[in-house]
Design a protein around this ligand. Structure first.
Ligand code: GTP
Length: 341
């Protein structure tokens, strides 16, 4: 079903400090997951629901983002870029995009992979008097998330950060996806750093503005790719079909006939895999990589143009673009960036 709301602001201007050193080389939005940029999973979710105008709120490494994503035509959407000279925070970035807003819109953190019915969420927003509708997830352990408590009619009564217990028993947490009315923009100060989670939303609640929670009928896959561990977890889940529209593939390259490939793997084009290698399970390899004879690569992410020496062993490893691994070396649960990065 198509969403009656057709505009979204995707927040992708943060520094991504918890993913350093990877985010020194590439902004978080462009981290490869199955050889596609992280942000492409949200772009595709919006495109699938007919949300065709996506405002990319960029700041850190803005030029790299624009160059990589282009005008959006490859996903059948229009990408518009709004750039903050310095990151203005999650609410400040929305305010900065205000000139492009002319009606209710979606907003979301740009580091999420989520499978949710946006059409149902948009309809729920428009059918209620909500100024903001929060897409909520039910989780067993709420302690790592922002708890959003609602009354029986779904109206938000409290925001509580990272508490251990929800006395209402509903355990509904913020998913990072919102539907917002344009009037909310008036509540955000101009040109100063301002946060959705700690300032704007609690301010609106304190002012008695109607805020509602939306709990999707079906729990879809959700992952916040904010840390190395969750980046790895998303990689494994996507390879193992967490999203039914994403299928791992093996591109045209040169894989020696004696090499063993254990699915699931996603291998880009122009990759060389030498004799006697074992690749997989749970491996993604970027374009232009070269894996030497006898090497073993499992549960790992290789960005493009990496070199793995003969008989090396990699498990739980992330290699940033251009990284090199010495022959016969062993690496477990490491992030490796090129020497000159
Ligand atoms: P850390 O530094 O590791 O916390 O990462 P981050 O900078 O991405 O911050 P966080 O994970 O809290 O941000 C959630 C989402 O909001 C990410 O997609 C960020 O890119 C985005 N975001 C955070 N701050 C800003 C900002 O000031 N401007 C814009 N445009 N986006 C932001």
């Amino acid at each position: 079903m198509k969403s009656p709301i057709t505009k979204a602001i995707l927040l992708i201007g943060g520094l991504g400090t918890r993913l350093r050193p990877l985010t020194y080389q590439r902004p978080k939005a462009l981290l490869p997951l199955l050889n596609r940029p992280l942000i492409s999973y949200e772009i595709e979710l919006f495109a699938r629901h007919g949300v065709t105008d996506l405002i990319m709120a960029i700041s850190y490494q803005a030029d790299e983002v624009k160059a990589a994503l282009g005008d959006g035509s490859r996903w059948g959407v229009r990408l518009h870029y709004v750039e903050e000279q310095e990151p203005l925070g999650t609410a400040g970035a929305i305010k900065h995009a205000a000139p492009l807003i002319d009606g209710p819109f979606f907003a979301c953190n740009g580091d999420l992979i989520y499978d949710v019915d946006l059409a149902a969420m948009a309809q729920a927003h428009l059918d209620s008097s909500a100024q903001v509708t929060f897409c909520l997830r039910r989780v067993d352990d709420i302690s790592a998330y922002g708890l959003i408590q609602c009354d029986d009619a779904g109206r938000v009564v409290a925001f509580r950060e990272k508490v251990g217990h929800d006395e209402t028993g509903r355990n509904t947490v913020n998913s990072g996806f919102y539907a917002i009315n344009p009037q909310v923009l008036d509540a955000i100060p101009q040109n100063i750093s301002y946060s959705n989670e700690t300032q704007l939303f609690p301010d609106l609640l304190a002012q008695g503005k109607p805020l509602y929670g939306f709990v999707p009928a079906q729990e879809g896959y959700w992952c916040d790719v904010g840390r190395i561990e969750t980046y790895m977890a998303a990689h494994t889940s996507l390879l193992r079909s967490a999203l039914d529209w994403v299928k791992p593939a093996i591109g045209r390259g040169s894989i020696d006939r004696s090499a063993q490939v254990l699915q699931p793997v996603d291998i880009a084009g122009d990759v060389t895999v030498g004799a006697g290698c074992r690749i997989g399970p749970d491996v993604a390899i970027g374009a232009g990589c070269c894996i030497g004879d006898g090497a073993v690569v499992e549960r790992s992410i290789l960005w493009s143009e990496c070199t793995v020496g003969a008989d090396a062993y990699l498990s739980g490893v992330i290699l940033a673009c251009g990284a090199e691994v010495a022959p016969h070396s062993r690496h477990t649960d490491e992030v490796i960036v090129p020497q000159d990065a």
